[in-house]
Design a protein around this ligand. Structure first.
Ligand code: SAH
Length: 517
């Protein structure tokens, strides 16, 4: 446990119970816009209670076995009512759990976080508030609109557009808001655009005041609509623009013409599916996102221990007796050293063995152990390329080789090296199994929103995607990391639209970028 808990400040709170509830701001959506403290709260949580606007990718930090409770809450469509949510978090905290309550943006800016805090205080249980990056400021910033600017304004008003301004019971005084200096930002206002902008103008605001709406701000699917107070309501109707969106009104909107940085990146507007395991997806997803893509992580496979773990252990134990160890995937390296570390306390126990790797991704994992890689193909990062590189390196007559592989890896290495006279033992280090649990939300997105491209990084990601029985969305291109993966794609009757020059993750990203350049 890494968080240092502050001592309970509530008179009634019990310091003996481990129960605590963290009311955490999950940020507006970009997975990077979560605070370090928020991330720690996810890591230590026994239970995660999260909302509609909270990016579920943050849940990847949760420890295995942590319970996840979705409490929904789109306007009008409450999975649990606020009372029930209050009750739930109080109950869980009372039961001694570490509860991390994730709320979109900042928890106390129109997030009802304060009400939840009050309930927890009343119940006498411990809680902390972990502020988050609010969509009210980050949303405009990601559209190239700073909410304050020395040339335009030095005041910011944030209000809710949820209340109907034409009703008597509204708590908002539009006469004051419309006349206030500076930038105005409102949340939850898309559905009442006509009433809200109408009230502004009726109360003396200039209809030509620049205005923008930012939908799904900071997500890869962000959309921005620019207009004026006078034109925005009609534009919303015409574009069929929907919630959730942040509205920003004021001269600062003009800055977008210069500093619209997020929407001008090379892959902005492209929805790309990543099918690797949840643990491995990160690197590819991040590279694509950094280029502006809207990434759907749809893990199709999961890595599990090999069927015969005992046999694998025995082979790893004897690894120092071989002349060569051959690794053909990063997963193999990870599984090998996981076992090695259980058996030995000293890396030198690997002995004077030589090491060969199929490509840079695999080699990187070996080098991370401060072990040198003796042989790797120069280009062709597949088994055939590795066999050639080994052949060029030395004669393999009577040479002993331990090949660390996955259960369903092609037999090329064993067949070819045996044909060269080598004595090859195969250490089956892991197996790929279809991922069936961790992808329901991603599957729903794929069906509802479609995709511009799907990426495959191994034959098994292809096979397992096809086994899901989900048709590829219309117009969806296929990108493959290399020849073996492409073969698997073709075997299923699909066409490969993008292939790499270099069969690596950076090579794949470069090819995708080039495809749309
Ligand atoms: N506590 C949240 C706001 C909750 S109210 C925060 O600090 O951001 C819900 C409203 O927030 C939505 O209707 C929408 O107006 C706005 N919102 C939240 N996340 C958003 C996002 N990523 N893009 C655009 N608007 C968002």
């Amino acid at each position: 446990m890494r968080l240092v808990f502050s001592p309970p400040t509530m008179a009634k709170a019990s310091s003996t119970s481990p129960g605590i509830c963290y009311l955490v701001g999950a940020g507006p959506g970009d997975p990077g816009l979560m605070t370090l403290k928020g991330k720690e709260c996810i890591e230590i949580a026994d239970v995660l209670v999260y909302d509609y606007l909270c990016n579920i990718e943050h849940l990847r930090y949760a420890k295995p076995g942590a319970e996840r409770i979705y409490v929904g809450k789109k306007a009008k469509d409450h999975t649990l009512t606020q009372d029930k949510i209050n009750e739930l978090i109080v109950q869980l905290t009372r039961a001694g759990k570490i509860v991390t309550r994730l709320k979109g943006g900042d928890p106390v800016l129109f997030g009802r976080g304060a009400e939840e805090a009050a309930e927890l205080a009343d119940a006498g249980v411990r809680f902390e508030i972990v502020p988050g990056i609010t969509s009210a400021i980050a949303g405009p910033a990601y559209a190239g609109i700073p909410v304050t600017h020395r040339d335009h304004c030095s005041q910011l008003t944030i209000f809710t557009g949820h209340e109907d301004p034409t009703k008597d019971e509204t708590s908002l005084d539009y006469a004051k808001i419309a006349k206030a200096d500076g930038t105005k930002v409102f949340l939850m206002g898309v559905e009442r655009m006509e009433e809200i902008t109408g009230k502004f103008i009726a109360n003396g605001a200039d209809p030509d005041t620049p205005m923008a709406l930012v939908r799904w701000a900071t997500h890869g699917c962000q959309q921005t609509l620019v207009g004026t107070l006078g034109t925005m309501a009609a534009k919303v109707k015409e574009a069929g623009f929907k919630a959730p969106a942040v509205a920003v009104v004021g001269d600062v909107v003009k800055e977008r013409a210069k500093i619209n940085w997020f929407e001008t990146r090379p892959l902005f507007g492209k929805r790309i599916v990543v099918t690797r395991t949840r643990q491995q997806a990160g690197v590819l997803s991040k590279k694509l996102r950094d280029l502006g893509a809207d990434v759907i992580e749809l893990p199709t496979i999961r890595i599990e221990e090999p069927t015969n773990l005992m046999l694998f252990g025995e082979l790893v134990q004897d690894c120092h007796t071989y002349e060569w160890i051959i690794f053909t995937s990063p997963n193999g390296v990870d599984a090998f050293f996981k076992m090695f570390d259980k058996l030995y306390q000293d890396t030198r126990s690997i002995g004077g063995v030589r090491i060969a790797c199929v490509g840079p991704g695999t080699a990187e994992r070996v080098k991370a152990r401060h072990l040198a890689v003796d042989v790797m193909p120069e280009k062709n990062f597949v088994a055939e390329g590795l066999v050639k590189a080994l052949k060029d390196y030395q004669n393999f007559e009577h040479v002993s080789v331990l090949w660390v592989r996955g259960e369903d890896t092609r037999e090329v290495i064993a067949n070819e090296l045996t044909a060269l006279g080598a004595i090859v033992d195969e250490a089956i280090a892991y197996r790929n199994v279809p991922e069936k649990e961790d992808n329901l939300e991603a599957l729903a997105r794929l069906k509802n929103e479609g995709a511009d491209m799907i990426t495959f990084t191994s034959g098994s990601t292809v096979d397992c995607f096809m086994a899901l029985g989900v048709p590829l969305p219309a117009g969806c291109k296929v990108a493959s990391i290399g020849p073996v993966t492409s073969e698997a794609v073709k075997k299923h009757g699909l066409t490969v639209d993008v292939t790499t020059e270099v069969n690596t993750i950076p090579g794949l990203v470069a090819a995708i970028e080039k495809h749309w350049a």
